[in-house]
Design a binder for this molecule. Structure first.
Ligand SMILES: Nc1ncnc2c1ncn2[C@@H]1O[C@H](COP(=O)(O)OP(=O)(O)OP(=O)(O)O)[C@@H](O)[C@H]1O
Ligand SMILES: [Mg+2]
Length: 311
């Protein structure tokens, strides 16, 4: 089948904008106390770049923006402007060096630790739980934020405070914000037939205040499952139907890839499927239509950023 996909944004080079930091999926620039986060179309899995999915950067920016707006009464966030469908400008924050993972279900790395008999970031869970099972209440299972190329390491809340990584009173605020955000989104998506399995937040300090930074509740940071089929699938020994990155992880694992060695090449037809998956997931999660701007992304972003900064 011939597939024709719009141009994708794989990297950016806006030297005029400021100093550049290249993350796994976003390129960010620091300018005048602002953090310009450009969501590229890069798809990462197992901490490796796998391919690009045209439109992914836009879908993720829209999702993050949707949730930042929905959650602004719970916690202050870093957002200043969204001058382009894949650009979010935030106040530059001193990022707290902990990935604040919240889980409502036992899945992913938590399941791997649990089934190996280990506590999950210091949390001891009851014995006899099954993969994908709901936890009796959401738990926080933090990990350290490691530099690119290194895997994040689980850490307990106690260690975070005892090692002085975060002041106890700051951690208290972080954990209560994280749990409140998770509860809000769980309830929200439940109304649209979805289960909010887990997510990860980054907080920072701006002018001495704890502020929600980075992105929230996107398909890169979160797992969403279809509620309707959940019970039956578990009874059949199958994984839940997922609106997140898990399908591509599974696709790669079926081809023997778990992060080491050459990345299998992704057929165009499968990339096209991934594009649709991202768009449909957005619509399911937010209950609103997802319009993708198909103009060549690099020129469009440059134009929008120059207009924003008067540069
Ligand atoms: N308001 C902010 N102020 C400062 N840094 C921010 C802010 N919001 C997000 N960031 C940082 O911008 C980067 C976003 O890049 P991306 O998520 O693609 O990278 P990453 O591979 O996750 O990198 P890292 O491992 O450093 O998080 C992250 O390092 C994140 O911590
Ligand atoms: Mg990140």
């Amino acid at each position: 089948m011939a597939v024709s996909l719009p141009e994708s944004l794989s990297e950016t080079h806006f030297e005029w904008l400021g100093s550049r930091y290249v993350g796994k999926v976003r390129d960010s620039y620091v300018r005048n106390g602002l953090r310009v986060l450009i969501a590229t179309d890069r798809l990462s899995a197992f901490d490796r770049n796998i391919t690009t999915v045209p439109g992914k950067g836009q879908v993720l920016t829209k999702l993050a923006n949707y949730w930042f707006e929905r959650s602004s009464s719970i916690v202050e966030n870093h957002v200043v402007a969204v001058p382009d469908p894949c650009v979010m400008i935030g106040k530059e924050a001193a990022i707290i060096p902990v990935e604040v993972v919240v889980r409502g279900y036992l899945a992913g790395s938590a399941w791997r630790d649990y089934s190996a008999g280990s506590p999950v970031s210091g949390v001891r869970l009851p014995s006899g739980m099954r993969e994908f099972q709901q936890l009796s209440e959401p738990i926080i299972t933090p990990s350290t934020k490691e530099p690119m190329g290194r895997h994040d390491v689980p850490i307990s809340e106690r260690e975070i405070v005892d090692k002085g990584i975060v002041q106890p009173e700051v951690w208290e605020q972080v954990r209560s914000h994280a749990l409140a955000l998770f509860a809000m989104a769980s309830k929200d998506v439940m109304g649209r037939g979805l289960l909010f399995a887990d997510t990860k937040y980054e907080f920072g300090i701006v002018d001495g205040r704890v502020v929600l930074a980075d992105e929230i509740h996107t398909l890169d940071s979160s797992r969403f499952w279809v509620a309707e089929s959940y019970e039956q699938r578990l009874r059949d020994g199958e994984a839940p139907e997922m609106l997140d990155k898990e399908p591509i992880r599974r696709w790669l694992m079926e081809r023997g890839f778990k992060g080491d060695g050459p990345v299998p090449s992704i057929p165009e037809a499968y990339r096209a499927e991934l594009v649709t998956h991202y768009i449909k997931s957005f619509e399911r999660i937010t209950g609103t239509e997802c319009q993708i701007d198909t103009s060549p992304p690099h020129a469009r972003i440059e134009h929008n950023l120059r207009a924003y900064f008067n540069a």
